[in-house]
Design a protein around this ligand. Structure first.
Ligand code: TXA
Ligand code: MG
Length: 319
């Protein structure tokens, strides 16, 4: 057991806030995935996040704040942006916006861009931590760069051991997929990463939204780099039958027969349930006794888009 993994009681949250104000890193739950947080206004804390994750410095971080007021101190808001923020915050939507001229966020967190990604998480522990710390927190998913995101505190402990000051255990993340990243820094919205808020829901408010990121040589969101969210085993999409030694990640009421092991994302075919199970099940199947992980087809709609996005990246050729 990891000595730094503690239940997220109010005392633990207070301790976490003290550590964060002292420039240390703390892992905490959000409704999407666990984040590895540090004071976003301190270069040294932000640099420590990049170092702990082994993350390339060109890939900027999301800055978390408790509400719209705190977000407006960081980024440029106009009427349109404010409307989107009011509708979707707190929640699993990250907005990429122009940095204010007096933006207090470390330039490292923006990776040299003139934009900043801002999110207001809904999770009560994340909210309590942000309010108690009184600082915006830079927090990427609390996994090593390129690995599967953590949806349980134990996943974080497994990747980092005692390498981070404190891991607040808030149980399983309810959404289970990272936030949707929407670029509103220019005249036209652009979807940079499908996630917890579906494209369908966003489009109801913003009209049709182009999906960015076709050009992998010049990704607008570096998280769009293809191989990502990868388990150790090879992943095979749209499986129709078993191959020797493979494990199956099933979806729906009729899992394919003949696999060495099978976990079902959602026996009743519910995409919300499938999203919540995705990363934990990928971790559970990622064992050396299997030759690979086969994945049954998942509908490309609503949360299915984000699920398929993560799975396609996990299946992409590794560098
Ligand atoms: O649900 C989430 O978003 C979680 C929780 C902890 O909040 N965080 C998360 O962070 O997934 P991370 O670092 O794993 O993913 C952040 C994504 C990356 O794809 C990054 O490239 C993009 O957001 N991003 C951050 N700042 C950006 C910016 N200024 N412009 C474009 N993309 C940006
Ligand atoms: Mg990540």
């Amino acid at each position: 057991m990891n000595a730094n993994l503690v239940p997220a009681t109010s005392e633990a949250v207070a301790r976490a806030a003290r550590l964060l104000r002292g420039g240390r890193l703390v892992a905490f739950p959000t409704e999407t995935v666990y984040g590895l947080g540090g004071d976003a206004t301190r270069d040294a804390a932000v640099a420590a996040i990049f170092a702990a994750k082994g993350r390339p410095r060109f890939n900027p971080l999301i800055v978390h704040v408790p509400g719209l007021v705190e977000a407006e101190a960081i980024a440029v808001f106009d009427v349109r942006v404010r409307e989107v923020a009011r509708r979707f915050w707190p929640g699993p939507l990250t907005l990429v916006l122009k940095r204010r001229e007096d933006c207090p966020i470390s330039l490292l967190a923006s990776a040299g861009l003139d934009t900043v990604a801002v999110r207001v998480p809904a999770h009560p522990i994340a909210q309590a931590l942000l309010r108690e710390t009184g600082k915006p927190l830079a927090a990427p998913s609390a996994n090593r760069s390129g690995q599967v995101s953590p949806t349980e505190a134990a996943h974080v402990a497994a990747e980092f051991g005692n390498g981070i000051a404190l891991i607040l255990d808030g149980g399983q993340c309810s959404v289970g997929l990272e936030s949707t990243v929407l670029d509103l820094s220019g005249p036209r919205p652009c979807l940079l990463r499908p996630g917890g808020v579906t494209l369908e829901t966003l489009s109801e408010h913003l009209g049709p939204i182009p999906v960015g990121g076709g050009d992998l040589d010049a990704p607008r969101s570096p998280g769009q780099l293809s191989s990502h969210y990868a388990p150790r085993l090879p992943l095979r999409m749209d499986a129709a039958s078993a191959r020797p030694g493979e494990a199956l990640l099933a979806f729906g009421p009729h899992p394919l027969p003949g696999f060495a092991e099978m976990l079902n994302l959602s026996p009743c075919g519910n995409l919300t349930e499938a999203a919540a199970n995705l990363f934990a099940m990928l971790r559970r199947l990622d064992r050396p006794e299997f030759t690979g992980i086969a994945v049954m087809p998942i509908p490309e709609a609503a949360l299915g888009r984000a699920i398929n996005d993560r799975l396609n990246r996990a299946a992409a050729p590794r560098p």
